[in-house]
Design a protein around this ligand. Sequence first.
Ligand SMILES: Nc1ncnc2c1ncn2[C@@H]1O[C@H](COP(=O)(O)OP(=O)(O)OP(=O)(O)O)[C@@H](O)[C@H]1O
Ligand SMILES: [Mg+2]
Length: 247
Amino acid sequence: MSTPALEARQLRKHWPQSGQVLDGCTVRVERRTVHALIGASGSGKSTLLRCLGLLERPDAGSILFEGVTAADGPVVSNDPRVRRCVGMVFQEPNLFPHLTALGNVWLAPHRVLGLDPGEARERARMTLDRVHALHLADRRPDELSGGERQRVAIARALAMEPTVLLCDEPTSALDPMLTREVMAVLRELALDAGTNMVVVTHDMDFVAAAADSVDFLHAGRIRVSGSTDVLGTRGLDAELDRFLQRS
Ligand SMILES: Nc1ncnc2c1ncn2[C@@H]1O[C@H](COP(=O)(O)OP(=O)(O)OP(=O)(O)O)[C@@H](O)[C@H]1O
Ligand SMILES: [Mg+2]
């Protein structure tokens, strides 16, 4: 078997106020695949994703990107090359309000990767084009719809060319029409561009249409893991059955 894009082994995370939030989570994301994380509110999805994004230190367990260790227990790599393996997209786009869409996408390739201004601009334009937002390049965030803002946020993460793009409920702040617009872009990135992706979502249609594999979390444990076919199967796990019935 080839080295996966991302592998997390036996991640554990405890919060003093909340107890054991991740209780030994193992996640494997193969290359050129979309992996969905599903589960009820409070099950630990965001905590797991933030650990995978190196924004949170696990108490124990390890995280590897393409076979390279990024976290070994609470020791998280400071190597910028390792940290740049992950890009994150959150529920709220949090774009810089004073910069245009192009400026938002241009900034990190220029400042962090050190591309010269012209090169960074070309990369930003290409990346905006990938999310069908090139025509919005000169607009500031307050001149964009919620869905457009989120597409620019996806472009901003993609412009750093991460090994894995992690998205935490990227459409939950959007109305149904804008949700479709953003999900269509993610689906296209996944299917056409082969972007490695982990998406936390409640959108089971997206999971069925675009994800290759899925983990179902319940109370900090991955109870069911496998291809998305598991979502069509009843009787594997009582909690999963209950969850699917409610979604
Ligand atoms: N910084 C924190 N400090 C203490 N407890 C936390 C912290 N972050 C999350 N938790 C707790 O960890 C548990 C899991 O939270 P998490 O945000 O990972 O859930 P989730 O599955 O993403 O839920 P949702 O679907 O509502 O976003 C919850 O009980 C939450 O209260
Ligand atoms: Mg969450």
